[in-house]
Design a binder for this molecule. Structure first.
Ligand code: NAP
Length: 260
């Protein structure tokens, strides 16, 4: 199918006929993921807090990949009504919902004794509760199709990270959530998996001072920071129709960082 060749190394993968929703699709990993699915024939719905930016991703996907169908919608994943409403619009426009990439996430870093309860809750609301609410809304549709792929986003910092009590708690929560939903929804043909990235070059990590980045790279066996596309590839792996026997798994993509 047209566009397959643009995603190197995945000559046979295709998502033609699949409707893929990506949250936090305005930039970073979400944008790369939306572009990758568009390249492989999916109908892609780009959701983000920023509607104009979500539409831009969709427009770029359609401009780059001839024949691609994409839409951009405003959606705060932490807002239950907004999430359900957005997915309803996607199903109405595209006729189904096969893949949900729960990618939206935020940080509000502060050491624990200085961490305001509002910043603790805000991160849990988006990263964990938002992931649950979007998964629940998506599974309601997917159950009727007896098919679905839900891919959540954890982080290697789920292990604990100085200055990230809120973020680490949220990303550790995503692992328990992923495994539980996998158990409950397998009977509906829905798989639920998660990716746990290490250090990825996006806006989220852009503010980290260069000396800190350089120091971090010395601890990564592969010797560099990941590109967003390298996480997007994992999304496509879990979303593949042939990945039906893989569920409840968390795939660490960190260049070996957690091995050392
Ligand atoms: P990013 O560049 O900051 O992009 C995140 C996107 O999510 C932004 O467009 C953001 O919109 C959007 N977003 C934030 N809150 C949202 C909400 N409530 N509802 C909908 N969209 C929302 O982040 P990234 O680096 O690509 O990270 C993507 C995911 O990977 C996150 O879950 C992150 O925790 C995880 N991750 C990243 C890394 C890394 O090194 N980058 C490592 C491990 C895990 P606004 O800009 O308008 O806020």
């Amino acid at each position: 199918m047209a566009g397959c060749e643009t995603v190197s190394g995945e000559a046979m993968a295709t998502f033609a006929g699949d409707v893929v929703v990506v949250t936090g699709a305005a930039m970073g990993i979400g944008e790369a993921t939306a572009m990758g699915f568009a390249a492989l024939g999916a109908k892609v719905a780009c959701l983000d807090l920023d509607e104009a930016a979500a539409r831009q991703t969709a427009e770029r996907a359609m401009a780059v990949h001839a024949g691609c169908v994409a839409m951009g919608l405003a959606c705060d994943v932490a807002d239950e009504a907004a999430g359900c409403g957005a997915l309803e619009r996607v199903v109405e426009a595209f006729g189904g919902l096969h893949v949900l990439i729960n990618n939206a996430g935020i940080t509000r870093d502060r050491t624990a004794l200085k961490l305001a309860s509002g910043d603790f809750r805000a991160v849990l609301d988006v990263n964990l509760t938002g992931t649950f609410l979007m998964a629940q809304a998506a599974a309601t549709f997917m159950k009727t199709q007896r098919y679905g792929r839900i891919i959540n986003t954890s982080s290697i910092n789920a292990r604990g990270k100085f200055g990230q009590a809120n973020y680490a708690a949220s990303k550790a929560g995503v692992i328990g959530l992923t495994r539980t939903l996998a158990i409950e929804w397998a009977r509906y043909g829905i798989t639920v998996n998660a990716v746990a990235p290490g250090f990825v070059r996006t806006a989220m990590t852009a503010a980290i001072p260069e000396p800190v980045k350089d120091e971090a790279i010395t601890k990564i066996p592969v010797g560099r920071i990941a590109e967003a596309e390298e996480i997007a590839r994992v999304h496509r792996f879990f979303a593949d129709r042939h990945s039906a026997y893989i569920t409840g798994q968390v795939l660490v993509v960190d260049g070996g960082r957690t091995l050392v």
